[in-house]
Design a protein around this ligand. Structure first.
Ligand code: ATP
Ligand code: MG
Length: 348
């Protein structure tokens, strides 16, 4: 029985009681009230009986709900309570089910992030252990004088130095990612000329681009394109995108840099014509420690292959500066990494 029905029963019960009290106090005074006394008693009994029955059902339902909720609390968050016709019950049950669904989602997210954390930790320890093991090997060989010639000693030292540099870069990136996670990398938004930033970042790579014989195709407007963002972060993001295009797209022999105004934002595209990234892998390139199949990036040959943190850091930094980052790829034709920031002003 729904809430209105129960109220109706309570009303009948109150009327019967009032009527019976009137009859009691005006006993025999009003003969006309004499007749319905038994009928009133019967109605009172029926309504009271019904109310007791309803209370019994409510208790049973509450017990059942307690059992179901205990089951949910013990870990089975897939449990859902069944709704009855009564609106008030349904509202409570829907709210509980909503809460259970939210708890289930939180549980799923916790399991997933725990799995991701474990796999990240194992990737990190693998990436640290590999260069460290080879450093230890070469240093031991040098210490034990296993390397005979001076030439070999120099080569060993060269390898140790290179591996130590790689290790430092990796540890720096892990540190940056951890600081970004903990929100300990304050972003100072200032008015920046996007064209100047793009040119500045590009200049730093010119010697390497020359060495690899990569042709530059630059389309950057002469006028200022002002954005509001953190200088160091923007430099780091652009630098990472250029470095990637240079290493992974090296075989395409072309590196493109385009800056354009698109509706209310400025978009910077860094593109190459290398082996690119498959559709399935494109969804993951911004994930931490994700590296595409190394056999596809023949050109990187291991020397350019990094930790797989660069784009994850770039994405976190872009988002902290209210920008967007994306990737598109048509292998051997055009692989584009783009960033966009809301435009601030345009001064001629
Ligand atoms: P890091 O940048 O931390 O030194 P990384 O370059 O491996 O290491 P990301 O910059 O995050 O890491 O790139 C992730 C992966 O995406 C790379 O390992 C590479 O496989 C792929 N990738 C990135 N840019 C390109 C590109 N232009 N062409 C082909 N593959 C790319
Ligand atoms: Mg990179």
């Amino acid at each position: 029985m729904n809430h209105k029905g129960q109220l109706f029963l309570l009303l009948i019960q109150s009327v019967c009681i009032t009527w019976l009290v009137i009859l009691e106090f005006n006993d025999y005074a009003f003969g006309m009230f004499e007749m319905p006394r038994w009928a009133l008693l019967a109605a009172l009994c029926v309504t009271t009986g019904l109310l007791i029955f309803i209370r019994f059902r409510v208790r049973t339902r509450l017990k059942q709900m307690t059992v179901e909720l205990r089951r949910a609390m013990s870990g089975n968050l897939k449990t859902r309570l069944f709704a009855k016709d009564d609106n008030i019950w349904n509202e409570v049950i829907f709210s509980i089910n909503e809460l259970l669904e939210q708890l289930e989602n939180v549980q799923i997210e916790t399991i997933q992030s725990e799995a991701a954390r474990k796999s990240l930790l194992s990737s990190i320890s693998h990436d640290i252990r590999t260069p460290l093991t080879s450093i230890i090997g070469y240093v031991t060989a040098l210490k034990d004088q296993v390397a005979i010639s001076e030439q070999e000693q120099r080569e060993y030292l060269e390898i140790v130095s290179r591996k130590s540099d790689e290790l430092k870069v990796l540890i720096d990136e892990i540190f940056t990612m951890a600081k970004l996670d903990a929100d300990e990398m304050p972003q100072v938004a200032e008015s920046l000329d996007f064209t100047e930033m793009a040119r500045e970042a590009l200049i730093a790579f010119l010697p390497e681009l020359n060495i690899y014989g990569i042709e530059l195709k630059v389309q950057i407007p002469d006028e200022k394109c002002l954005i509001l963002a953190d200088r160091l972060s923007v430099m780091r993001i652009i630098g990472n995108m250029i470095k990637n295009a240079m290493y992974y797209g090296r075989e395409g022999k072309v590196l493109g840099v385009e800056l354009a105004e698109v509706s209310d934002e400025y978009q910077l595209l860094i593109w190459d014509q290398g082996p690119g990234i498959s559709k399935a892998e494109l969804d993951h390139v911004f994930e931490r420690m994700y590296r595409t199949d190394p056999s596809r990036n023949v050109s990187s040959g291991g020397s350019g292959g990094g930790s797989g943190l660069g784009l994850a850091i770039a994405k976190a930094l872009v988002e902290k500066n209210s920008g967007r980052i994306w990737a598109e790829s048509i292998p051997w034709h055009r692989t584009v990494f783009g960033i966009a920031f809301k435009k601030q002003l345009r001064i001629k």
